[in-house]
Design a protein around this ligand. Structure first.
Ligand SMILES: *[C@@H]1O[C@H](CO)[C@@H](O)[C@H](O)[C@H]1NC(C)=O
Ligand SMILES: *[C@@H]1O[C@H](CO)[C@@H](O)[C@H](O)[C@H]1NC(C)=O
Ligand SMILES: *[C@@H]1O[C@H](CO)[C@@H](O)[C@H](O)[C@H]1NC(C)=O
Ligand SMILES: *[C@@H]1O[C@H](CO)[C@@H](O)[C@H](O)[C@H]1NC(C)=O
Ligand SMILES: *[C@@H]1O[C@H](CO)[C@@H](O)[C@H](O)[C@H]1NC(C)=O
Ligand SMILES: *[C@@H]1O[C@H](CO)[C@@H](O)[C@H](O)[C@H]1NC(C)=O
Ligand SMILES: *[C@@H]1O[C@H](CO)[C@@H](O)[C@H](O)[C@H]1NC(C)=O
Ligand SMILES: *[C@@H]1O[C@H](CO)[C@@H](O)[C@H](O)[C@H]1NC(C)=O
Ligand SMILES: *[C@@H]1O[C@H](CO)[C@@H](O)[C@H](O)[C@H]1NC(C)=O
Ligand SMILES: *[C@@H]1O[C@H](CO)[C@@H](O)[C@H](O)[C@H]1NC(C)=O
Ligand SMILES: *[C@@H]1O[C@H](CO)[C@@H](O)[C@H](O)[C@H]1NC(C)=O
Ligand SMILES: *[C@@H]1O[C@H](CO)[C@@H](O)[C@H](O)[C@H]1NC(C)=O
Ligand SMILES: [Cu+2]
Length: 591
């Protein structure tokens, strides 16, 4: 270990001499120990002794040396969500795709360049470990040359300066849910019972929250029309969740309900944890928050009572700002917002609720203005505990109105179109994204970056460098949630979505017959995007991207149990321009 670290410093000195951009060293130590989260004690992965992990703040153009010392009693890897890894595919962190797992007691050095600006995050990418607490925020300050969209909010120079100052001091806000069972307990119970584990026990804001059990009458009163249609004469469990068997009348998957563990679908036990407090200063006029969903399960809705939010960036890239009251954030996405601090001084409630139809779940935080309070009443909510609007004027973000800043029109010269089907395979917890299910055991196979045929070929798509490709994701069956599909490496354009079956052989053909379902001029440029909900029938989502970064990457659902259940696919980008792997990475350490 000492010997390796010694070598590592030699190497570091070389690097500092090569380039003019700063080199940022970020060492983390991972440990596995009991910790109390939401008032419940269970084993948690701590990062440098913390949960959530510490923030990484860097400037655009910086070189990052991210050293992972794995002291957990199990393998791990770290993925840098949304970081394109241009020229460094060996640092993408997917076991069996870009590296071998980091064994207990060993270290691994990830090296990458912050080519883009904005809000990102790092997280475990090994089995279900993300849900055991291994995540932390990344913020990359934009280079001075990057144009900001703030003059679309106000052209007043004082206000503009306040917004620029707010962005410079932007704060990460990690939004997640929490389970009282570990990811391995959940996975083992899924396998033994044949169920898909779709309920959580608490919601957390910056790691803080409580397990609150709503009274039966309140759960029944809050049950929405959409939930009633699914439940029929049944009702939500005491977790506010659909019962384990809710799809049994439709699908004939094998189940063994005696292997379901308490708290998975029902068995709410209240416990109190700490509550997050946001202290704000009205003299600063604006505050900037990077809302980062580190959730493994539920889509989360965030709002601040009586305040508006200007959404100015999504997934680390500017958009034309949009004013909203409420934001529903799919797993792994980042929404950066400017909040005007123009309300009477006092305390307002920050509300976060489940936006996923299968569960009613909530938490709150406090929004506290510094100085003598002027407000002495409870604040008024925008949104109810069941994710419905609390007022007639509540504005949710409408994704189809989002326009990137600046907008980029993708090419229409498409080399290949891939059709990927999403459905369950044989049991409720096994999924596919393509022709077959990507088994969890493939994480321990030889990395595809080193050996392009180490896993079955029907789990791989291949592209050529400097070509444009389309990916059509077809959700085949009903009673599925929206799937937040994430593609690793460079961002992709969200060019179309719709209901029904995508019957065309190319996007160009589809555009001829249903032009209203596409946006090829100002499409969103994202790293993760939800498939439309298949409420009454199948749905589809069309993605387009430019292959620019040869290497072995991954595309998968960011609902952790779906990914573990196989809703994933390997993408070998630029097979005609395959990179030479540095010896240090072939040796499994990176240094
Ligand atoms: C957590 O505490 C329980 C009960 O004391 C103990 O059995 C278990 O070994 C502890 N787990 C870890 C990872 O320390
Ligand atoms: C841990 O990772 C190593 C490769 O680094 C692999 O050989 C081993 O099988 C993995 N262990 C488990 C339990 O998956
Ligand atoms: C689910 O289980 C409950 C309780 O055993 C039962 O009443 C209900 O009919 C079941 N629902 C389905 C769809 O099988
Ligand atoms: C169902 O699960 C229980 C508890 O894990 C186990 O004892 C039982 O053998 C299982 N039944 C079947 C048919 O697999
Ligand atoms: C609030 O912000 C103003 C303007 O930046 C600053 O002068 C003042 O010290 C801040 N107040 C507190 C309590 O931090
Ligand atoms: C969830 O909402 C209920 C009802 O409004 C409230 O009593 C409870 O405190 C909230 N839970 C948390 C953790 O804030
Ligand atoms: C929610 O919005 C709908 C549509 O604007 C409106 O009809 C309804 O009254 C609103 N709900 C509440 C509680 O204000
Ligand atoms: C979102 O905007 C689109 C495009 O203007 C519009 O067709 C759609 O009705 C809007 N959706 C909602 C929920 O308001
Ligand atoms: C690549 O993986 C395949 C499948 O495991 C194996 O048969 C082959 O020998 C490997 N090639 C090399 C060069 O290791
Ligand atoms: C999936 O199956 C279809 C139809 O057989 C085939 O055209 C396609 O290449 C397969 N996809 C992969 C990734 O193997
Ligand atoms: C696609 O084809 C299927 C099967 O032929 C048909 O049932 C469906 O209506 C078609 N969908 C669309 C959107 O044209
Ligand atoms: C891949 O294509 C991109 C876009 O044209 C180009 O910038 C890059 O240099 C190419 N990579 C290799 C290894 O040829
Ligand atoms: Cu999914």
């Amino acid at each position: 270990m000492r010997f390796l670290i010694g070598n590592f410093y030699l190497w570091l000195i070389c690097l500092v001499q090569w380039g003019s951009a700063a080199t940022v060293f970020f060492p983390i130590v991972l440990t596995w120990s009991n910790r109390t989260v939401a008032g419940v004690t269970r084993p948690v992965i701590s990062t440098n002794g913390q949960f959530p992990g510490p923030p990484l703040r860097i400037n655009q153009g910086d070189n990052v040396l991210f050293l992972v010392d794995n002291r957990c009693p199990f393998n791990t890897t770290i993925h840098f969500h949304g970081i394109e890894q241009l020229g460094t595919p060996w640092s993408d962190g997917v076991p069996g795709v870009s590296q071998r797992s980091i064994r207990p007691g060993t270290s691994f050095l990830y090296r990458w360049t912050a080519t883009e600006y904005g809000a990102y995050w790092y997280h475990a990418h090994h089995r279900g470990s993300l849900e055991d607490g291994l995540y932390g925020p990344i913020y990359i300050t934009p280079a001075p040359s990057v144009q900001k969209p703030f003059n679309q909010i106000s052209t007043n120079p004082v206000q503009l300066n306040a917004m620029i100052d707010a962005e410079r001091m932007t704060r990460p806000v990690l939004l997640s849910e929490w389970r009282v069972l570990t990811s391995e307990q959940i996975w083992a119970a899924e396998v033994a019972s044949g169920t898909d584990s779709f309920c959580a026990n608490a919601l957390l804001i910056n790691g803080k929250g409580s397990v609150s059990c709503l009274p039966r009458a309140e759960i029944d009163a809050l049950t929405t029309p959409a939930q009633r249609r699914v439940l029929g004469t049944g009702s939500l469990t005491d977790l506010g969740c659909f019962p384990a068997n809710f799809t049994d009348a439709v699908f004939n998957f094998p189940k063994n309900y005696s292997a379901v563990l308490p708290t998975m679908f029902e068995g709410c036990v209240p416990s109190r944890g700490p509550q997050e407090v946001f202290t704000v200063n009205a003299s600063q006029q604006y505050i900037s928050l990077d809302l980062i969903s580190t959730a493994g399960l539920l889509q989360l809705t965030f709002s601040i009572d009586e305040h508006v939010m200007w959404v100015y960036a999504i997934d680390g890239r500017y958009i034309q700002p949009r004013q909203v009251n409420v934001l529903s954030i799919p797993n792994s996405n980042r929404y950066s917002v400017l909040v005007p601090l123009n309300k009477p001084r006092g305390e307002y409630t920050v509300r976060m609720v489940s936006a996923s139809v299968q569960q009613i779940l909530n938490t709150t935080a406090i929004w506290r203005y510094q100085g003598t309070p002027q407000l002495n009443r409870p604040s008024n909510p925008w949104v109810l505990v069941n994710n419905l609007n609390a007022t007639t004027s509540t504005v949710f973000l409408n994704e189809s109105l989002v326009v990137p800043f600046p907008a980029i029109a993708p090419s229409t010269d498409i080399a290949q179109t891939f059709f990927l089907h999403v459905s369950q395979v044989g049991t409720a917890y096994r999924w596919r994204l393509g022709n077959s299910s990507y088994g969890l055991e493939l994480e321990e196979s030889q990395p595809l970056l080193f050996n392009q045929s180490s896993i079955p070929s029907d789990l791989i798509i291949r592209t050529k460098n400097n070509t444009w490709v389309d990916i059509i994701i077809q959700v085949d069956t009903i009673m599925q949630p929206m799937h937040p599909i994430h593609k690793h490496s460079n961002k992709h354009f969200i060019i179309g979505e719709g209901t029904g079956t995508f019957n065309w052989s190319t996007v160009a053909e589809a555009v001829q017959s249903i032009p209203g379902s596409f946006n090829l001029q100002t499409p969103q440029y994202r790293d993760t995007y939800n498939t439309p909900a298949p409420v009454t029938g199948p749905t589809w989502l069309a993605l387009r991207y430019h292959v620019v970064n040869p290497g072995a990457f991954f595309m998968h659902c960011h609902i952790q149990v779906h990914q573990s259940g196989g809703m994933a696919l390997a993408i070998l980008d630029g097979v005609d321009a395959w990179p030479t792997i540095p010896q240090t990475y072939l040796r499994d350490s990176g240094f």
